[in-house]
Write a protein that binds this ligand. Structure first.
Ligand code: HEM
Length: 434
C-alpha cells in the first residue's frame, strides 16, 4: 500500500500551542490526524469550495490573488511569506514569523480558532508550492514527511503524485493550477508566435479602449502620465500619479505593465511591495537618469534588488543608450548584465539597426528583446523581437487629433469621426473586478 494512503504512517506531530507559528501548526489540517484532521479539512474544503478556481487566473502575485479571493487584504503577502519559511515542523521558527502570525490573525478577525488557522494555513500552503510550480519545478514539492510505525521520520517522494495522495492530498490543486496560469500569463505572451504588441496607455479610458479592441495586455507611457498631470517625464516626479493609474488599470481583465522610470528614487523593496499589492504584472525599469545613464553596476543592482523583492513580476530592464544617444557601444554589455541580474526582458528604445537588433536577439537567447514601434511590425517579427511597445505614440497621436478636431471645426470643415459619448462611457464597464 502507498505510504500516503496508509493510516499507520502519520504526518509529523506538533505540540499544542497558543501563539505564533506553533499555534498555526497545531490548528491546521496539514499537521493533524484523526478527528482533528477531518474537522479541519472540512473547514479548508468549505473555504476553497467558495472560490471558483477560474477566478484566480489573474496576473500578479498568486498569494495576493488568493488572499483577495478569501476576503483578506492583498498586502499580507510579506507576512504569509515569512510564515511559510517557518511553517514546516522541521523549519526553525523566527521571531519575524511569530510576529507575522499575530498580524495575520488580527487582520483575519482576531479569533485564535481553527477557522482562522484554516484561512491562514491555506495561504501558507499555497505560497511556496505555487511559487515553485511557477518557477517550473516538477514536481513543485519534491517530498513530504511521514512518521513510520517504528517512530522514525521518513521522506516520501512526490514524483508521480505532485499533489500528494490519501487523506492529506492537496485540496487546492485546481486553485493552484489557475493561480500559476494567471501569474505566468504576462510572461507567456512573450513566448507566442507573434511578438507581443503592447499599447501604452496614459489613463483608464485609453487602456480600456485598447483592451476593448482586443489587445492582450497594456503598458503605461511615462510621458503620457507625466504630461497629463503637467509634470516632467523621467524626472522621478510622477510616483503618485503612476501608482494611482496602476490601481485603476488592474481593474481591467488583462495584464498591466507599469513604466516606473528609474524607480522614482525609492528603495526597490517598498516600491516592489506596493506594485505587488496593487497587482501589476510587470514593470519597466530604465537605466537613464535624466539626460545621463546610470553606471552599469548601479542599475544592475537595482534590477537585481527589485526582482528579488517581486519575483513574480515581469521586470523589463530598459537600456537607454540609444534613446539618449549615449555610450551606444555599451548596449550589449548592459542588456546582458541586466538579464543576468534577473531581468525577464530587455527594452532598447531607439534601436533601429536591423543587424544590431538581430545580434542582440541572438545574444539575449531566452530573454525577450523589446523594441519601440519604430520599425514595421513584420520586420521586427522576422528579427526575433518578442515585444513591441508603442511608447508615447498613441498619447501624442491623441493630442494631435484632439487639437486638429477643434481646428477643423473652427475653419468650418467636417470634424473627423469619433467614438460616441455612450461608447466612451461604456469603456469604464470593462473593469473586471468591482
Ligand atoms: C503547485 C502548487 C501546489 C502543490 C504542488 C501542492 C502540493 C501539496 C501536497 C503534496 C500536499 C500534501 C502534503 C502531505 O500529504 O504531506 C498538499 C497539502 C495541502 N495543500 Fe497543496 N499544493 C499546492 C498548492 C496549494 C494551493 C494553491 C492551496 C490552496 C488553495 C493548497 C492547499 C493545501 C492544503 C490546505 C493542504 C493540507 C491538506 C491536508 O493536510 O489535509 N495547496 N499540497
Amino acid at each position: 500500500m502507498d505510504i500516503l494512503d496508509d493510516q499507520r504512517f502519520t504526518v509529523p506531530p506538533v505540540p499544542h500551542a497558543t501563539e505564533g507559528v506553533a499555534w498555526l501548526r497545531a490548528h491546521v489540517a496539514r499537521f493533524s490526524e484523526g478527528p482533528d484532521h477531518e474537522r479541519r479539512r472540512e473547514l479548508v474544503l468549505a473555504l476553497l469550495g467558495a472560490i471558483e478556481p477560474g477566478s484566480l487566473r489573474r496576473p500578479g502575485h498568486p498569494v495576493a490573488t488568493l488572499a483577495e479571493a478569501m476576503g483578506l487584504p492583498r498586502g499580507i503577502v510579506a507576512d504569509i511569506e515569512a510564515v511559510a519559511a517557518s511553517y514546516q515542523p522541521h523549519d526553525a521558527v523566527t521571531p519575524e514569523a511569530d510576529a507575522a502570525v499575530a498580524r495575520l490573525v488580527a487582520v483575519a478577525g482576531n479569533d485564535w480558532n481553527e477557522a482562522t488557522a484554516a484561512r491562514i494555513g491555506i495561504l501558507v500552503q499555497a505560497c511556496a508550492a505555487t511559487r515553485s510550480m511557477i518557477a517550473g519545478n516538477d514536481p513543485p514539492v519534491p517530498t513530504t514527511r511521514r512518521i513510520a510505525p517504528g517512530g522514525e521520520e521518513i521522506l516520501v517522494p512526490l514524483e508521480n503524485r505532485p499533489f500528494g495522495a490519501g487523506r492529506h492530498e492537496c485540496p487546492g490543486r485546481e486553485h493552484a493550477v489557475a493561480l500559476a496560469e494567471g501569474a505566468l500569463s504576462f510572461r507567456n505572451l512573450h513566448n507566442a508566435d507573434d511578438p507581443l504588441l503592447l499599447p501604452n496607455a496614459w489613463d483608464f479610458a485609453s487602456a480600456a479602449a485598447f483592451v476593448q479592441r482586443g489587445y492582450s495586455a497594456v503598458g503605461t507611457t511615462s510621458l503620457g502620465v507625466a504630461a497629463s498631470h503637467g509634470l516632467p517625464d523621467a524626472g522621478g516626479a510622477t510616483y503618485r500619479e503612476t501608482m494611482a493609474l496602476a490601481r485603476s488599470l488592474v481593474r481591467l481583465p488583462v495584464p498591466v505593465s507599469v513604466d516606473i522610470e528609474a524607480g522614482f528614487g525609492m528603495a526597490p523593496e517598498p516600491l516592489a511591495a506596493e506594485l505587488q499589492e496593487i497587482g501589476v504584472a510587470g514593470v519597466n525599469l530604465e537605466d537613464g537618469r535624466g539626460d545621463a545613464l546610470a553606471p552599469l553596476a548601479e542599475h544592475r543592482a537595482l534590477v537585481r534588488d527589485f526582482k528579488r523583492a517581486a519575483p513574480d513580476m515581469f521586470v523589463n530592464a530598459r537600456v537607454d543608450t540609444h534613446w539618449l544617444g549615449l555610450q551606444e557601444e555599451e548596449t550589449r554589455e548592459r542588456a546582458l548584465a541586466y538579464a543576468a541580474a534577473g531581468a525577464d526582458g530587455v527594452f532598447v528604445p531607439g534601436l533601429r539597426d536591423a543587424e544590431q537588433i538581430g545580434a542582440l536577439v541572438a545574444d539575449l537567447g531566452a530573454t525577450p528583446l523589446n523594441l519601440l514601434a519604430q520599425l514595421p511590425l513584420d520586420w521586427l517579427r522576422e528579427l526575433g523581437v518578442r515585444r513591441v511597445s508603442t511608447g508615447s505614440l498613441p498619447f501624442r497621436a491623441a493630442l494631435t487629433q484632439a487639437v486638429s478636431t477643434v481646428d477643423v471645426y473652427r475653419s468650418g470643415g467636417a470634424v473627423p469621426q469619433a467614438m460616441s459619448y455612450e461608447e466612451a462611457e461604456e469603456l469604464c464597464r470593462l473593469a473586471a473586478a468591482e
